[in-house]
Every structure is written in structure tokens, then in C-alpha cells.
Design a binder for this molecule. Structure first.
Ligand code: NAD
Ligand code: UFG
Length: 338
């Protein structure tokens, strides 16, 4: 019998790619999202790839009656939980909103999962749960601690899930990652945030297509090879493959797992790469550091390799070509599926 999963997002960036990956791997996916940071356009993109639209319900995960109305229609095997607000800067000015949405939403979701005896979950956590004074490469047993409300919401949800796993009836894997990038190779789905992008790559691409004038590079005096921040950028398709591997390996345990490539690139490296692949010059200016940024952040992917048999396979060049193709498609607009 086909396994049915609930995906709490999936009109969002990573979620839309996960829907495609899980459907192509033989799962039936059911999507919920309140469209607060996404639109139904991504369902059209998914349809271009799959030739059908998965079941979608618009609603808020804080609304337990809404959740029950979805849970009562299906027999879910488990949940891939991505829904959440994710802008670190915004979380510092709206901490109550972040705690209410991310933690409140997760508690409501876990309560309804318990009511319906659905106790398997892969949770989209973040590397921001690691204490800032840990030295990269980060490993899963390093001390945890956060510096901003967004990170705190991720840590609290992890702790809550660990408490549930201690009951002996829940199977939980939080995946900790940081910088997913680009798009599906079809060019039909990719990162399309509502409003001004918070993350580097969508901003750089907005500049490359002429939508914005220049990139602000947040600091060039970090102790890195060119002074700008170094991150481990991971192709979104590698990332969703890790979710598939994690779901298959769920057991009665709680195991956080880092999902990384193990290779770091600076802000200026990424701007040069965009220029090389697109052939477009990307103007930038050096500005002040963001208060929460680290100089370098990357992690060991050993546990992912050993426990899940997963490792990243896509190159940054391939990822960028896919991202560029997606943006060109967006500029053209979608036609009906052919
Ligand atoms: P996204 O904003 O594209 O997707 C999140 C989705 O959640 C959006 O579609 C939004 O509308 C939905 N949502 C938010 N609150 C909701 C609510 N209360 N009820 C229902 N839907 C709600 O973000 P993404 O980049 O796809 O990230 C997905 C998850 O991965 C998030 O939890 C994020 O914190 C986590 N994450 C992202 C990154 C990254 O850099 N993109 C890194 C680490 C972790
Ligand atoms: N950067 C710029 N200019 C920009 C945007 C970013 O120079 O316009 C730099 C940042 O300073 C950093 C790098 O590009 O050095 C990457 O920044 P992003 O905002 O793209 O990503 P972060 O590493 O800050 O964010 C990641 C995840 C979040 C997570 C956060 C925790 O995307 O989900 O780490 O700090 F919460």
C-alpha cells in the first residue's frame, strides 16, 4: 500500500522540492501551508514536473480544528515538518510572533499527531541551534544554545521532540542545516520568497536579473580567505534527498543529524560564481556586519553518511545553472503543462 505523508509547508521553498522527491519515490504527499511566505504558484511548478497536483489544504498549523479536518481524511504514516517562519532579523523584532507561530504551531501539530497516533516525524531544524562558540566543523554532540529568537524556536522544538521520543512511542529525526540553495533541474520550482529576500543567493539572483541594484555584502573583515562570511551551501535537491533517507531510517529514537556538503564558500566566491554561470555582472558594496553572523559555519556530515547512507552529490555550478533556469522561467511566466 502507498505510504501517505503529511508535509507541513510544501508550497514553500524546500517543501515544494520535497513533495516532488517524495512523490517520485512512491509516497503520497498531502500538503498544508498557510501561504504566509509562499504562494500556490509552486503547486503549478510541481504539476509541471509530476503532471498532477498533490492534495493541498490552505490553513494554519496553529489551528487544531483545521489540522484535525486534514488528519481525519487520511491515514498518515508520518509527517515531514517544515512549516515555520525563518528570518533571523525579523525574529529579533517580532519574538512573540516567532514563538507563537513556530513553537505554538509545532505543539498544535504534535498534539493532533498524538490524537491520531501518527508518531513519526522528520523535523526541519537548523544549524543555528549550535552555540556560537563551537568551532567548525560542527558535530551533533556539540553544546547547543542560540543567539536569536528564530534559533530559540528551533531549539525548543528539538527539545520537545526529544521529550516525545523518550515516551518510547515516537520516532524523530531533526535535520540540522543552514544554507540550501537554488532549484529543481526542471526549472519549474525554486526559491521564490515573498518580498525582499533575506538570504544571500535569492538576493544575488534578484540583482543578476536587474530586479535589485546591488548586493550588500555584510562585512569583509572576518578571519576568512577574503574577509567575507563562509557558509556551506547545499543544493536543495541534495537536501530533500536527505529528508527521504531520514524518513526511511526513522526508528524509535531521537537522532539529530547534520546535513552538509562539508565545503565552504565565501560571499564573494558565491557572487563570482553567479557572474561566471550567468555571464551577468553583479554589483555589490561592502556594508557592516549583521549582529548574528558567524565568520565561518560548516559541519561534519559523518553521521548522515554513517546512519543514513546520504551525502551531497551536486556541484555549486550545477545548482546555479538550475537556479538560473528557474528564474528565467519565472520571467517568462508559466504556460499550461504540455
Ligand atoms: P519557506 O518560508 O519557503 O517555507 C516555509 C513555509 O511554511 C512557507 O510556505 C510558509 O507559508 C509556511 N508556514 C509558516 N508558518 C506557517 C503556519 N503557522 N502554518 C502553516 N504554514 C506555515 O522556508 P524554507 O526555506 O522552505 O524553510 C522550510 C523550513 O526549513 C523552515 O522551518 C526553516 O526554518 C527551515 N530551514 C530553512 C533554511 C533556509 O535557509 N532556507 C535553513 C535551515 C532551516
Ligand atoms: N549575506 C550578505 N548579504 C546578503 C545576505 C547575506 O553578505 O544580502 C551574507 C551573510 O552575512 C552570510 C552569508 O551571506 O555570511 C549567508 O547569509 P544568509 O542570510 O543567506 O544565510 P545565513 O547563513 O545567515 O542563514 C542561515 C539559514 C537560516 C538560519 C541562519 C542562522 O539560512 O535559516 O543561518 O543564522 F537561521
Amino acid at each position: 500500500m502507498q505510504t501517505t505523508l503529511l508535509l507541513t509547508w510544501a508550497t514553500g521553498y524546500i517543501g515544494s522540492h520535497a513533495v516532488v522527491a517524495f512523490e517520485q519515490a512512491g509516497y503520497k504527499t498531502v500538503i498544508i501551508d498557510n501561504l504566509s511566505n509562499s504562494s500556490k504558484d509552486s503547486l503549478d511548478g510541481i504539476e509541471h514536473i509530476l503532471w498532477y497536483k498533490p492534495d493541498f489544504f490552505e490553513g494554519d498549523i496553529r489551528d487544531k480544528d483545521f489540522l484535525r479536518s486534514v488528519f481525519s481524511r487520511y491515514t498518515f504514516d508520518g509527517v515531514i515538518h517544515f512549516a515555520g517562519l525563518k528570518a533571523v532579523g525579523e525574529s529579533c523584532t517580532l519574538p512573540l510572533h516567532y514563538h507563537d507561530n513556530n513553537i505554538g504551531g509545532s505543539i498544535a501539530l504534535f498534539q493532533v499527531m498524538e490524537e491520531y497516533s501518527v508518531r513519526k516525524i522528520v523535523f526541519s531544524s537548523s544549524a543555528t541551534v549550535y552555540r556560537a562558540d563551537n568551532i567548525s566543523p560542527l558535530t551533533e554532540d556539540m553544546p547547543l544554545g542560540t543567539t536569536n529568537p528564530y534559533g530559540t524556536t528551533k531549539l525548543v522544538i528539538e527539545e520537545l521532540l526529544e521529550d516525545l521520543a523518550r515516551l518510547g512511542t515516537w520516532s524523530v529525526i531533526p535535520l540540522r542545516y543552514f544554507n540550501p540553495i537554488w532549484a529543481h533541474p526542471s526549472g519549474h520550482i525554486g526559491e521564490l520568497p515573498n518580498g525582499i529576500p533575506n538570504n544571500l543567493l535569492p538576493y544575488v539572483l534578484d540583482v543578476a536579473i536587474g530586479k535589485r541594484k546591488k548586493v550588500s555584502v555584510y562585512g569583509d573583515d572576518y578571519p576568512t580567505h577574503d574577509g567575507t562570511g563562509v557558509r556551506d551551501y547545499i543544493d536543495v535537491c541534495d537536501l530533500v534527498d536527505a529528508h527521504l533517507a531520514a524518513y526511511k531510517h526513522l526508528a524509535l529514537w531521537y537522532t539529530p543529524i547534520n546535513i552538509w556538503t562539508g565545503k565552504g564558500s565565501s560571499v564573494l566566491d558565491m557572487i563570482s560564481l553567479v557572474e561566471k554561470v550567468t555571464g551577468v555582472t553583479v554589483p555589490y558594496e561592502i556594508t557592516t556586519r549583521r549582529p548574528w553572523d558567524l565568520a565561518t559555519c560548516f559541519a561534519s556530515a559523518t553521521r548522515a553518511r554513517e546512519l543514513l547512507g546520504w551525502q551531497a552529490t551536486r556541484t555549486l555550478e550545477t545548482s546555479l545553472e538550475n537556479g538560473w533556469k528557474f528564474l528565467q522561467n519565472q520571467l517568462k511566466g508559466y504556460s499550461e503543462p504540455v
